[in-house]
Design a protein around this ligand. Structure first.
Ligand code: BEZ
Length: 388
């Protein structure tokens, strides 16, 4: 009799137990946004947050069945404060996932902590090659690019144009160094020579002495990596020094993305390489641009797209684990198996968790980075040093 009752109890409980084991985790998901909200990259941080929020809004405030709660930190693009900032988000705020950041040096500090603690990290901009190179890990993803990617694509373009002698100029930190290295790799493979590599510390904008050196060197062309407020000043100073008329200026597309309003006519005609352009004209991109403009009363840029796609990547991973972020391997497998339906065009994620994507050649016409051609189709970062 007793055994019969127990059997009945077990039979009554088992569907319940089963369904609760299979159920979605419906607690709120804490997302830690670690982005620059002040300094030369402030506009980039805001655009990333807007893009991320737009996708969450489109999903009714939930990703993978879980309502999203945000915690924010201004990282000031300061690598010296990065480890403390990321530890605060993990230990004090108990975030489930980290989204950040813009600056490569800060992102490398975030990746180290994420790797050590196993916290999920999605990098929505910073291109530090190491993040999906030697620091790659099952719980670390990037929705943007590696610094190598636009640099490499632009080097091929500049070599094909027949330029032989190029001077590079950038900020002296991981993003600048790696963008120039990518450019140099393909440009010299194509028969050109980088004759001088000029740099100044991040985020300095005292360009005059370096512009004088460019004028004296008389190269066929200049390649540059600058972004945000620094890019605005560089483009204006380059034109102001009279160089725009005599020495063609090329760059990774950050030079003219989100900056055209402030650069005005000084940016007109500049050609750059990037994984986004303002005039792709696809249904997906048109819908995104309209929704973004309506919601934020601003035109989107590459940073907004990367924020939007960070949310799409998170959603894909969460879907694969029914909202349970503790299942890291399954989360990674779900992201790796997904084609992200990005406004930039669909992309997949490499084994090292970096986008495999088209890099566009763009030209500034008025207030837009218009599409010229696909400079490099389905370009994958070489992920040098990644062992996963
Ligand atoms: C970087 O530090 O990786 C970066 C910053 C701004 C734009 C692009 C890259």
């Amino acid at each position: 009799m007793k055994l019969f009752r127990l059997t009945l109890l077990a039979a009554a409980l088992s569907p319940l137990a089963l369904s609760s084991a299979m159920a979605q985790n419906t607690n709120k998901l804490k997302v830690g946004l670690m982005l620059p909200y002040t300094g030369t990259f402030a506009a980039l941080g805001n655009a990333i947050e807007n893009g991320f929020r737009l996708h969450v809004m489109e999903q009714g405030g939930k990703l993978g069945g879980r309502e999203i709660e945000f915690v924010k930190v201004d990282d000031e693009s300061d690598p010296a404060k990065a480890t403390d900032n990321v530890n605060k988000l993990i230990k004090r705020d108990n975030v489930d996932v980290l989204i950040g950041t813009v600056h490569s040096g800060v992102a490398m500090a975030m990746a180290k902590v994420a790797k050590d603690t196993g916290t999920l990290l999605i990098v929505p901009n910073a291109g530090a090659d190491a993040v999906t190179g030697p620091m790659c890990a099952p719980n670390i993803f990037r929705s943007s690019f590696s610094n190598w990617q636009p640099g490499y694509a632009m080097g091929e373009v500049v070599a094909k144009k027949g330029h032989k002698k190029v001077v590079t100029i950038t900020w002296k930190y991981a993003a600048g160094d790696e963008s120039v290295r990518g450019f140099k790799e393909s440009f010299e493979k194509g028969g050109g020579k980088v004759v001088k590599e000029l740099s100044l510390p991040f985020p300095n904008v005292e360009f005059q002495a370096l512009l004088t050196e460019i004028a004296a060197t008389k190269p066929d062309a200049v390649y540059t990596f600058f972004a945000g407020g620094g890019a605005v000043k560089f483009v204006k100073d380059y034109a102001g020094a009279g160089l725009k008329k005599t020495i063609p200026l090329y760059g990774a597309g950050f030079l003219t993305d989100g900056t055209l309003e402030a650069q005005g006519a000084d940016a007109d005609g500049l050609e750059t390489a990037l994984h986004y352009a303002d005039s792709l004209g696809t249904k997906r991109d048109n819908e995104f641009r309209l929704a973004y403009a309506k919601t934020f009363k601003l035109q989107p840029d590459v940073y907004a797209v990367q924020g939007y796609d960070a949310a799409q990547m998170l959603a894909a991973g969460l879907k694969g684990v029914k909202g349970d972020t503790s299942k890291k391997a399954e989360f990674a497998a779900a992201v790796e198996a997904t084609k992200i339906d990005s406004p930039r065009g669909p992309f997949t994620v490499s084994k090292a968790h970096n986008p495999v994507q088209d890099i566009y050649l763009r030209k500034v016409v008025g207030k837009e980075n218009t599409l010229v051609s696909v400079a490099s189709k389905g370009l994958a970062d070489p992920a040098r040093g990644c062992k996963m």
